[in-house]
Design a protein around this ligand. Structure first.
Ligand code: HEM
Length: 958
């Protein structure tokens, strides 16, 4: 492995162990700001935006004008043809200008810069009514009127009720019933001969829509779907809602004088608003009474929207209900009409939809349920396509959240912008057969040209829209808690309360104090790092890391490779490259490093090394106590180096016996060890090496020279050998070694990859082997279970392991996984956020450094019963025990010993092979015991054993 995340410096009692919390990361904001400033400076002034003068506007729109009879979308289109993709409608009669835009790229700019409190200028009439005429009820203007902090407060209160899929799904049975009833009604009211629905069907549909929204907003079954008394309150209410929308367009969207004197339309709007408000108010009160008189208390999960809203605040419930009526009746009916009409005009599509539906509704009256509704892609596509062709809304409004440049014009912050999409949605330049209803274009898994075209259009997916909403509501990055710079220094520097703690424990202390997310402020010129502990957050980070995940932090190695030895490290290698360069390198080496077929080639050789090492263990153990010697860790490292050398260098180093202290090999092993330690002091802790070359820094450069020269020498020798043997024999591709294959790709890549393998593949593998052996030694009964599994494939102690007999060793695999859970080689991982993320309700901008700290979570009693105990059985898939079921339910991102995704450990398969071979043969030959005080592990940049590895190894009889 190569530096992983904050992995992790334990203090070793040597003062501070503040970590590489300060990795190189250049914020991209200043670049964007400079770019914007340039754009702004060269943009045309606002007043140059073309558009009709206010005289032209009045002439065109007022009675007798040429656009008088057009609807608003068509008027906009006419002006667009005249002025282009941006124009200005001058404000009049007390209203501000509106800048109208048509280009989706401009929509994106406007939405993406709208800020946390987006302003959609409210309908002034509604605002006037709520604030001046009925302040008694509208203590808050509600969502459709409020802006800024007031809007945010209201929205934050109602969001958890209105936006939660779980709550929405509660209404499936009720709405399903309403539809059934309405279908009965449709049968009744249609013409018995022509089967046509009656002329007033729209009203009928609105009644259904009202019935539906009422059950959600008011917990009330209005019963308006049958014939309705013309004098009833319900009839009056439906008529009022209809007029309301018409009057809004006349008074608020077109030029009107109501602000100057109360026009007839204005008076009518006040009357219909009264009807709507009184109706809502009455029903919320009724519902409140009903709720109060109810004796049983339903669990939170079963409470209705209204109940939940009343619990927040009855006033909020009334206002929200009114908003739901204002926004939720005609809009839904209109959408339904659009979908039905398009399906009626396209019987083939209707049939495709029916076939999809037949699968979940075998009978005509089969009910829809949250479960059977979850997979209806064609239905969703039909709705989306209908909304494209015949939309309910074609216009949205925002005030510019900041100064913007749109189509080369300056748009100052606060300008009213109209986002006009009516004609874009059916533009032939964007969609082939744009006016045709073709739901297939939205099917994600279709490979048709239409579907590809739709994917490429800059349309936001539902998920993106949802994300944007959540981002807007999330708390700003600055609010993430965490120790201040001063606290951090006080806590961690000598004499501080955490000075003697190792880093994972310091993180845990801060976690206790600040919770599941906190920020370690960047110091000495290094950026912040956000720490997260929740597997759900790990998952979010990994799943959004993109194809080129960024993991930084090896600044000294980067310095060495780029500045000191650029001759060799032309391509910096996996350890230090990012982005495209990393991807090119990784793509070249992946087929060699990650292919099981190639890995298996090494089974016989490594099997042989283990056999030899077992002889060596017998020789070096104490002949009386059977304990291995104090320096066994070094012996193990040598074994590990021998094993990785055969893979990386095609070379048998022959270092498992006694090693001359002056040998190159000895020097190399010492250098590899020093490397991990120096990495932790120079890159993980604050260090001044970037300002002047400290002693440690000089030592690091020396150590890197040793590692590089040793590896380079070996690679060159191997290259020569390979070239000369190539001349004499031609090996089948299947028999070519890793090095041969890498050389064929590119000799420079082969060198750099070999150096990475040797650097990352010695201490890591040894440490993992110690973790497994130690846990088995402390749990003899588990060791025995493992031995029994091994006896089946290794009848004799000396039987060889082969790719074939290794395929079915579930208990061995479970032992390795369990050991790495309890005593991991790495304590977490590191990523830069691959996109803007929301973690624990906070905004994490793209590029933020994040430490995914799993060290304590992976031994958390809340997740794993007996979490600190070594119980390999919990990983056995076919076991039906409670522990195994529990482990199956734990989020798989809780701990990932080798990382995740395209950047996961490239040596994983080789490491696993080595560990499996080593542990199998040792356990098959010896009874491994541990008689010394508990072994501790310490964190350098990886976790390594802290103490002598004096395992007791007693030969088994057979
Ligand atoms: C038990 C042993 C090992 C453990 C626990 C381990 C763990 C890891 C982890 C957690 C990462 C980071 C992955 C990520 O960012 O998602 C990593 C990266 C890496 N490891 Fe290992 N590793 C081990 C052995 C090895 C071996 C034997 C080799 C060499 C053959 C190796 C070579 C690398 C390299 C080159 C990377 C960087 C990959 C990249 O950035 O594309 N590791 N390792």
């Amino acid at each position: 492995m190569i530096r992983v995340g904050s992995t992790f410096v334990r203090s070793n009692g040597q003062g501070s162990c503040l970590v590489r919390l300060f990795a190189t990361q250049v914020s991209s904001v200043p670049v964007e700001e400079t770019q914007f400033q340039n754009d702004w400076n060269t943009a045309l002034p606002y007043k140059k935006i073309p558009g009709p003068s206010w005289l032209t506007l009045i002439k065109d729109m007022l009675p007798g004008g040429k656009f008088r009879t057009l609807n608003l979308a068509d008027v906009m289109e006419q002006y667009r043809l005249q002025y282009g993709d941006i124009f200005k409608m001058p404000g009049m009669f007390g209203r501000p200008d509106n800048v109208v835009v048509f280009d989706p790229k401009d929509f994106e700019t406007v939405y993406r810069t709208e800020g946390v409190w987006p302003v959609r200028a409210s309908f002034s009439t509604v605002e006037y009514y709520r604030k001046n005429i009925r302040p008694d009820i509208f203590s808050s203007g509600g969502l459709v009127v409020e802006q800024g902090k007031e809007w945010a407060e209201f929205r934050t209160a109602v969001n958890p009720v209105m936006m939660q899929p779980k709550i929405v799904k509660l209404y499936v049975p009720k709405l399903d019933k309403f539809v059934d009833e309405f279908i009965g009604r449709m049968k009744k009211i249609r013409d018995s001969q022509t089967y046509e629905l009656p002329e007033n069907f729209e009203e009928e549909l609105n009644k259904w829509s009202l019935e539906s929204i009422c059950i959600i907003a008011l917990d009330t079954r209005l019963g308006v779907m049958g014939n309705l008394d013309k004098n009833s309150k319900e009839h009056e209410f439906i008529a009022a809602v209809k007029s309301f929308f018409y009057l809004l367009s006349v008074l608020d969207l077109k030029p009107s004088m109501w602000k100057i004197f109360p026009t007839a339309d204005f008076k009518e709007l006040i009357r219909v608003s009264d009807v709507i408000t009184d109706f809502s108010f009455y029903h919320v009160n009724e519902a409140k009474k009903r709720l109060e008189s109810r004796t049983n208390t339903e669990s939170g999960d079963e409470q209705s929207v209204l109940e939940k809203l009343i619990k927040i605040d009855p006033k909020v419930a009334t206002i929200m209900a009114t908003d739901m009526f204002v926004a939720g009746i005609d809009s839904t009916s209109s959408a339904i009409t659009s979908v039905l009409y398009n399906l009626a005009k396209n019987p083939d599509k209707q049939e495709t939809l029916r076939n999809e539906l037949r699968k979940i509704l075998p009978e005509k009256d089969s009910p829809l349920t949250p479960q059977n509704m979850s997979n209806l892609p064609y239905l969703r596509a039909c709705i989306k396509e209908a909304m494209r062709v015949l939309p309910v809304l074609t216009t949205n409004f925002r005030q510019a959240g900041q100064d913007l440049v749109l189509k080369g014009y300056k748009i100052p912050k606060g300008t009213e912008v109209v986002l006009q999409s009516a004609f874009i949605q059916v533009d032939e330049k964007l969609y082939t057969n744009a006016k045709k209803f073709i739901p297939e274009r939205w099917l994600r898994n279709e490979e048709s040209d239409l579907s590809k075209e739709a994917k490429n259009i800059s349309s936001l997916s539902d998920a993106e829209i949802q994300f944007q909403n959540e981002w807007n509501m999330a708390l700003p990055y600055e609010k993430i808690p965490g120790p201040s710079r001063l606290t951090l220094l006080k806590d961690i520097l000598p004499g501080g309360k955490f000075t003697t703690l190792n880093l994972p424990d310091i993180f845990e202390e801060y976690r206790q104090q600040y919770g599941e997310i906190f920020k370690m402020i960047g110091m000495f010129g290094k950026p912040d790092n956000v720490l997260v502990f929740d597997p759900k957050d790990f998952e979010t980070i990994y799943r959004t890391e993109g194809v080129w995940p960024v993991r930084r932090g090896l600044d000294t190695v980067e310095h060495y490779r780029r500045k000191v030895r650029p001759d060799i490290f032309g391509g910096g290698g996996l350890a230090i490259e990012q982005g495209k360069e990393w991807a090119e390198f990784r793509t070249a080496v992946n087929p060699v490093m990650m292919q099981p077929k190639i890995v298996k080639l090494y089974v016989p050789q490594i099997n042989k090394f283990v056999d030899e090492f077992i002889q060596r263990m017998r020789k070096i153990r104490d002949s009386k106590t059977y304990e291995l010697p104090e320096n066994f860790e070094e012996e193990l490292n040598r074994w590990s180096l021998e094993a990785i050398s055969i893979i990386a260098l095609d070379t048998r180093l022959g270092i498992m016996g006694n090693l001359d202290k002056n040998s190159k090999e000895h020097e190399f092993i010492a250098a590899a060890k020093a490397f991990f330690y120096l990495l932790s002091t120079l890159d993980f802790k604050p260090s001044l090496w970037k300002i002047f070359p400290t002693t440690d820094f000089k030592e690091m450069m020396r150590v890197l020279d040793v590692i590089t020269d040793f590896t380079l020498h070996q690679v060159n020798e191997a290259k020569k050998r390979i070239e000369s043997s190539e001349r004499s024999s031609t090996k089948h591709e299947n028999e070519q070694s890793v090095l041969e294959k890498l050389i064929k790709i590119n000799p420079n890549i082969a060198t750099v990859m070999a150096i990475d393998m040797i650097t990352a593949g010695v201490d890591t593998t040894s440490s993992a082997i110690v973790s497994v052996l130690y846990n088995l030694a402390k749990n003899p009964e588990k060791q025995e279970v493992l031995r029994n599994e091994l006896r089946k494939i290794l009848p004799e102690k000396s039987s060889p392991l082969t790719p074939q007999n290794m395929t079915n060793l579930p208990y061995l695999r479970a032992c390795i996984k369990e050991a790495l859970r309890i005593h991991p080689v790495v304590n977490g991982n590191f990523r830069e956020a691959g996109k803007d993320l929301i973690l624990k309700g906070y905004r994490i901008p793209k590029g933020t450094g994040i430490i995914l700290q799993s060290s304590h979570t992976q031994v958390d009693e809340k997740l794993y019963t007996n979490a600190k105990k070594f119980i390999p059985e919990r990983w056995l898939r076919d076991q039906e025990s409670g522990l195994s079921n529990e482990a199956k339910n734990v989020n798989p991102f809780t701990f990932l010993p080798f990382g995740f995704g395209p950047r996961m450990c490239i040596g994983r398969r080789f490491a696993e092979l080595e560990i499996m071979l080593f542990v199998s043969k040792v356990v098959r030959n010896f009874c491994v015991e541990w008689k010394r005080p508990d072994l501790k592990f310490k964190a350098t940049s990886i976790n390594i054993p802290d103490g002598n590895l004096q395992f007791q190894i007693k030969d088994l009889e057979n």
